[in-house]
Design a protein around this ligand. Structure first.
Ligand code: C2E
Ligand code: MG
Ligand code: MG
Ligand code: MG
Length: 291
């Protein structure tokens, strides 16, 4: 099979494609133990405005299996979701991210951090209260935490999901709608959900320059989001041309390898400190030549 590779070219382990070791149960046990041992890491990817201002960092979970190497997050997240391990993973990610926010605040770096939460979390009663309790324990102001949800939270029990989301925003936590365009939500849903940010899925962003229909979807999504008072973030921005097009379409912020890939906490700290108040500036070579 064709091995999946990450940005650095390193091979990423994928259990479902690995015919030789279809031992998903074993992998699940290993993940549980890794969580107990603190062997799962978070990497952080910046979200920046077009003037360079860093508006936040997204926490992305990373797990390097002792024998199998790096495991694809989508793979083990799907596994955790269907096996009942999700609450444990989410607690771990929340605690790790909140501890990191507190460290950054102590260094004078007051940048909000976004944590991805699964539909399972949003449907669990008491989730909003549990998040509030964790914020208090880490002494982190609720405005420093953002939670990214996908449209899939609406599929199962929209009323329960709405209650949880209202509970969270009631505590002052900001909500972001991730991977927008890949699910089934109607505009009606979008208007009812208490989200303050919408993230355009990478699949549309990737084809923005080459596909007129995708460009139209992106344009409409940005306008729609703005008419609802939402901030729009484009994910997966890899090149200058896409950056420029998004800026022209009045997108608010971008995330992607053009700016930075997700970095380990210490590297993210240096990245933030090196940029300071000026934020991220595009390398001069990438700017159009002056006439
Ligand atoms: P997502 O939240 O939509 O995260 C964006 C994904 O795109 C990340 O993949 C990120 O590394 C990748 N990415 C960022 N910029 C670029 C780019 O310029 N080009 C390309 N090709 N890719 C880019 P990752 O880290 O593999 O995460 C995949 C998904 O797994 C995430 O999608 C999110 O849904 C989920 N996930 C990650 N961490 C967590 C977590 O802690 N909890 C939960 N429940 N889900 C998580
Ligand atoms: Mg996300
Ligand atoms: Mg996304
Ligand atoms: Mg995604």
């Amino acid at each position: 099979y064709q091995a999946k590779r990450d940005r650095s070219g390193a091979e990423v382990y994928e259990a479902t494609r690995d015919a030789n070791t279809p031992d998903r149960l074993g992998l699940l046990g290993d993940l549980r133990r890794a969580l107990d041992a603190g062997d799962v890491e978070l990497h952080y990817q910046p979200k920046v405005r077009f003037d360079g201002q860093v508006v936040g960092l997204e926490a992305l979970v990373r797990w390097v299996h002792p024998e199998r190497g790096r495991v694809n997050p989508e793979e083990f997240i799907a596994m955790a979701e269907t096996s009942g391990l999700m609450p444990k993973l989410t607690e771990y990610v929340l605690d790790t991210a909140l501890a990191q926010i507190a460290k950054w605040r102590a260094l004078g770096l007051n940048v909000p951090v976004a944590v991805n939460v699964s539909p399972r979390d949003v449907h669990s009663p008491g989730f909003a209260g549990a998040v509030a309790a964790r914020l208090a324990r880490h002494q982190v102001p609720p405005g420093s935490l953002q939670l990214e949800i996908t449209e899939h939270v609406l599929l199962e029990d929209p009323q329960r999901a709405a209650d949880t989301l209202n509970g969270l925003t009631g505590h002052g936590v900001k909500m972001s709608l991730d991977d927008f365009g890949t699910g089934y939500s109607s505009l009606v849903h979008l208007r009812r959900l208490p989200v303050s940010e919408l993230k355009i899925d990478r699949s549309f962003v990737a084809r923005l320059i080459v596909d007129a229909e995708d460009a139209e979807i992106v344009r409409c999504t940005i306008d729609l989001a703005h008419s609802l008072g939402l901030m729009v973030v484009a994910e997966g921005v890899e090149d200058d041309e896409t950056w420029e097009r998004l800026r022209d379409l009045r997108c608010d912020a971008v995330q992607g390898w053009l700016v930075a890939a997700a970095m380990p906490a210490q590297e993210a700290t240096h990245w933030l400190q090196a940029r300071g108040d000026r934020g991220w500036q595009r390398p001069a070579a990438a700017l159009p030549a002056k006439r």
